[in-house]
Ligand binder design. Structure first.
Ligand code: GLP
Length: 260
């Protein structure tokens, strides 16, 4: 995992946006894996700015979102459908038919999950997956003890996640108990991954994910097994990393182009 420590949230978001830009420059019809939560908001704002001011083109891009709450309609203000349209999709030139978000209201979850996995495969897999991390170390809604080879499925949320996300709802009782989520195994098949974390609240989860053992108790730790992960953190989220100096040393001494 390449650990990139930025001084603040804005720098972190801009650095992650540059990875997306590079991906789209290399492959204008890239398949992007999208995340929700407060963490990627700055990244999405920067991508919207780049679209408006510098013509960053999403017309050939396809997206797959990680997860959705079960029981929330697409128009519910706390649904991830609503979040994505409000904060990103409606501000860029992405084709509606190229947007995939798990359904929280399907009548058959099992076949929906199979279809979702199949669509990812049919479109050639995810080129770049964006991820946040829960305070209990989860990615998407793969709560502690999720199988590290899990696929898209229904998942019961942990109390910690319900409490963390209660701030978006009127009360904790309004937070759905179930979600539909890509599995850890699904995420691990992405060609490249960008993981984002900011704030002191994420410092323990980040340290466990990067420097702890690979364990289903911290599903983000599975990313240690992925060859192309960039972790962008702000200084607060990096606060518990023991090898912090080393990560900065690596970046400072990154080899340039070999002499010709
Ligand atoms: C939810 C989402 C995750 C996200 C996490 C952290 O659990 N399913 O994808 O990473 O929240 O959210 P936040 O960025 O708001 O801290």
């Amino acid at each position: 995992m390449e650990v990139i420590i930025e001084q603040d949230y804005e720098q972190m978001s801009k650095a992650a946006a540059r990875v997306v830009v590079r991906t789209l420059n290399e492959k204008p019809n890239a398949v992007l894996g999208m995340a929700t939560g407060s963490t990627p908001l700055g990244l999405y704002q920067e991508l919207v700015r780049l679209h408006r001011e510098e013509g960053l083109d999403f017309s050939r891009v396809t997206t797959f979102n990680l997860d959705e709450y079960v029981g929330l309609s697409v128009t519910h203000p706390q649904s991830y459908h609503h979040f994505m349209y409000e904060n990103f999709f409606q501000h860029v030139n992405i084709a509606r038919q190229n947007i995939y978000i798990p359904s929280g209201t399907t009548s058959n979850y099992r076949s929906f999950c199979e279809w979702y996995e199949q669509r990812i495969e049919e479109l050639g897999g995810i080129d770049l997956q964006i991820l946040g991390i829960g305070s209990d170390g989860h990615i998407a809604f793969n709560e502690p003890t999720s199988s590290l080879s899990s696929r898209t499925r229904l998942k019961t949320l942990a109390r910690q996640t319900i409490e963390d996300n209660a701030r978006f709802f009127e009360t904790a009782d309004d937070v759905p108990v179930y979600a539909i989520t890509m599995g850890v195994g699904t995420i691990m098949e992405a060609d490249r991954i960008v993981l984002l974390a900011n704030g002191a609240k994420k410092a323990d989860a980040v340290a466990a994910a990067v420097e702890g053992p690979v364990t289903s108790m911290i599903t983000a730790s599975a990313l240690q097994m992925h060859p192309r992960v960039k972790l962008f953190v702000d200084a607060d989220a990096a606060g518990e990393l023991q090898m912090r100096d080393y990560y900065q040393w690596i970046l400072k001494n990154k080899p340039g182009a070999p002499p010709s």
